[in-house]
Structures are given as structure tokens and as C-alpha cells.
Design a binder for this molecule. Structure first.
Ligand SMILES: Cc1ncc(C[n+]2csc(CCOP(=O)(O)OP(=O)(O)O)c2C)c(N)n1
Ligand code: SF4
Ligand SMILES: [Mg+2]
Length: 328
């Protein structure tokens, strides 16, 4: 079989997409009944958690709505790798407007459908953590407080990946990004900053808030299905490792996502009308070090000598989550 060399970078090189391969070398659908909302040919990096999460989330929403779904997408990797004009990997009505206004665009679509009496068609808004918890946050909060009939999905890879790994309000403490370099007295991103978007969403007392990771795709699908049973504003926050920005191996995306949950650093739960109604328990508790060591963005913590004091601070965050959400 002829070999084609593929490099796995997002920009300025070959990209990892089926479209670059001979038809006989392309991967095929595992299940023919999949709606395949985000189909082959997109340009995400190998092992991209965001591509995986988006595909499963929107496929589940498509199934739940029997194909009557419209998506509004914020600027970010998900939009850029999926839709380099004039191509698109989306197989549903999909609109990109701006970095910060995806919740408002989704609201507008939902309002127009209501006026037209098309209550059978449902709306999803989606974006990265920067588009959601930073620049789009006012639009999102407005969508929540008006209880607009939209499911908004945030794919959290904990930085602005599309523009070269800058810090966002969801970047964890001590992580190295291009704007939080561990130089001088600093250890990467500062402690005591950032925001917890799922908890803020819950404070709006909207019908449904949930978190999920790409390590448990059936759980992610079930949460999308539950969200689509409900009307009004709903929020799903999905933890999606980014091999390029985190310096993790492409093959470790699922492992990294699982460790985020099993350490307690990323609590997986569901909430309705502001109250937690279910948590996904930790099956085998692991120290945060196991999670941190897989990612070069934390490599400065494991030098000589290792920064055990900083690692202990991160462990304290995990321990607090375990206590707060009853994860054991
Ligand atoms: C008003 C505005 N400011 C800045 C940008 C440049 N920009 C595009 S995407 C992006 C970061 C996206 O980060 P995130 O939402 O976390 O998505 P990711 O790429 O990480 O998936 C930035 C800064 C823009 N498009 N518009
Ligand atoms: S930079 Fe990260 S989020 Fe963007 S396509 Fe690559 S792996 Fe996915
Ligand atoms: Mg991001």
C-alpha cells in the first residue's frame, strides 16, 4: 500500500484529515446509523478532544431532535478546523458569526423559530472556553437570564488554542500558556484567578447545567439527550484535552480526560434549576501528579527540585472539589 507522510499540525502544513488520503485508506464509520454531524475532512490536530466532544454532542442532539437542529458556532478551533471557506465538515445548518456572540446568535435563531411557529426545530450554541467564559460571557448570561430555548455547549480546552495557546478565564493555576510563562518568580498561570462557568450557570437557576468529559462519551450523549428533553436555557461544559496546547500525547487524550475526573480536578455532575441532582463518582482516586505529569504545560513543576509546594496547592483544589461535590 502506498505510504503518505502526514504531519499533525493545525496551520501551515498538512493536516490530519481523511480528505487528504486516498479513498481506500480513509477511516470508515463505526456505525452506519450515526448522523455524522461533524464528518471527515476537518483539520483538527490528531487526538483533538474538541473535535471528539463536538461530534458526539451534536450527533446526540441530532438524534434527539430527529435531525431538526441548527447550530451557532463561536470563533475558535472548532469553527476554524471545521469550516475553512468554502469547505465545511458540518452536516447540519450551521452558522458562524463572531468570537463573542454565539449565544446571542443562537438566541436570535430560537426567537425567529418561535415567531414562525417552528417549535419542532431546536437550537444549539457552541464555542470554546475563551468564546464562552470570556468574550461571550455577557451574551451567555443574557441567554440564561431570559431562559432562551437554547442548549449551549462549551468545549473547554482551558486556553485560547486557535490563536496560539493564550490564557483564558478557564486556564488552571500553574499551567504554562504563551501568556503565562513560568519565568522569574512565577509558576505559570496564577492561583486565585479564573471563573467556574458551570457554577455561574447554576446561579442563573436555568433548567439544566451539566459537565462531562470526552473520556465518557456515553455519559456525554446521555446529558445532551437529557438537555434536549427540556426547554429553556441549558448549559453543558465539556472537558476536552488539546494535545497541541497542553503538550500531551495525541494518544493520551482520553487518558488525560479520565484523570481530570478521577483526580477530582474536573467534577462531573448534573444540576437542575440551580441544584446538583447527580454526580459521577470517582472510581479510583488518583493524586493530581499523575494527571499533571502527562502534560508539558506543567513540566516546570517537575524540574530539579520539583515544585512539591505548587503540586500540593493543585491537590488542594482537587480535594476541595471532592468534598464540595461529594465525588467519593
Ligand atoms: C473580537 C475578537 N477578538 C479576538 C479574536 C481572535 N480569536 C479568534 S479565536 C480566539 C481564541 C479562541 O479560544 P477558545 O474560545 O477557547 O476556542 P479554542 O480555539 O481554544 O477551541 C481568538 C482570540 C476574534 N476572532 N475576535
Ligand atoms: S489546537 Fe487543540 S483544540 Fe485546536 S485543533 Fe488542535 S488539538 Fe484541537
Ligand atoms: Mg479554548
Amino acid at each position: 500500500m502506498p505510504q503518505q507522510q502526514i504531519k499533525f499540525f493545525q496551520v501551515g502544513s498538512f493536516a490530519a484529515g481523511n480528505r487528504l488520503l486516498d479513498p481506500e485508506q480513509r477511516t470508515v464509520q463505526a456505525r452506519m446509523e450515526r448522523s455524522n454531524t461533524l464528518t471527515s475532512g476537518h483539520r483538527a490536530c490528531q487526538g483533538c478532544g474538541e473535535a471528539l466532544g463536538a461530534r458526539y454532542a451534536l450527533d446526540a442532539a441530532m438524534r434527539a431532535t430527529e435531525g431538526r437542529l441548527i447550530a451557532a458556532n463561536a470563533t475558535g478551533c472548532l469553527e476554524v478546523f471545521s469550516t475553512p471557506y468554502p469547505e465545511s465538515s458540518w452536516q447540519l445548518p450551521w452558522i458562524h458569526s463572531l468570537f463573542g456572540n454565539a449565544p446571542a446568535v443562537a438566541t436570535g435563531i430560537a426567537a425567529a423559530l418561535k415567531v414562525k411557529g417552528r417549535t419542532d426545530i431546536r437550537v444549539v450554541g457552541q464555542g470554546g472556553d475563551g468564546g464562552t467564559v470570556d468574550i461571550g460571557f455577557a451574551c451567555l448570561s443574557g441567554m440564561f437570564e431570559r431562559n432562551d430555548d437554547v442548549l449551549y455547549v462549551c468545549y473547554d480546552n482551558e486556553a485560547y488554542m486557535n490563536t496560539g495557546v493564550q490564557r483564558s478565564g478557564a486556564t488552571p493555576p500553574a499551567a504554562r500558556t504563551t501568556t503565562t510563562k513560568p519565568v522569574g518568580d512565577t509558576n505559570g498561570n496564577a492561583f486565585g484567578q479564573g471563573k467556574n462557568a458551570p457554577l455561574i450557570a447554576m446561579a442563573h437557576e436555568i433548567p439544566y447545567v451539566a459537565t462531562a468529559t470526552v473520556a465518557e462519551l456515553h455519559d456525554l450523549e446521555a446529558k445532551v439527550e437529557r438537555a434536549m428533553e427540556l426547554h429553556g436555557a441549558r448549559y453543558l461544559h465539556v472537558f476536552v484535552p488539546c494535545p497541541l496546547g497542553w503538550g500531551s500525547a495525541s494518544a493520551d487524550t482520553i487518558k488525560v480526560a479520565r484523570l481530570a475526573k478521577e483526580t477530582g480536578l474536573f467534577p462531573v455532575f448534573e444540576a437542575e434549576h440551580g441544584d446538583v441532582v447527580a454526580v459521577s463518582k470517582i472510581r479510583r482516586r488518583v493524586p493530581v501528579e499523575e494527571y499533571l505529569r502527562l502534560q508539558r504545560r506543567f513540566a516546570h513543576l517537575f524540574g530539579d527540585p520539583p515544585r512539591t509546594d505548587v503540586i500540593a496547592q493543585i491537590q488542594a483544589i482537587a480535594d476541595r472539589n471532592i468534598e464540595r461535590f461529594g465525588l467519593l
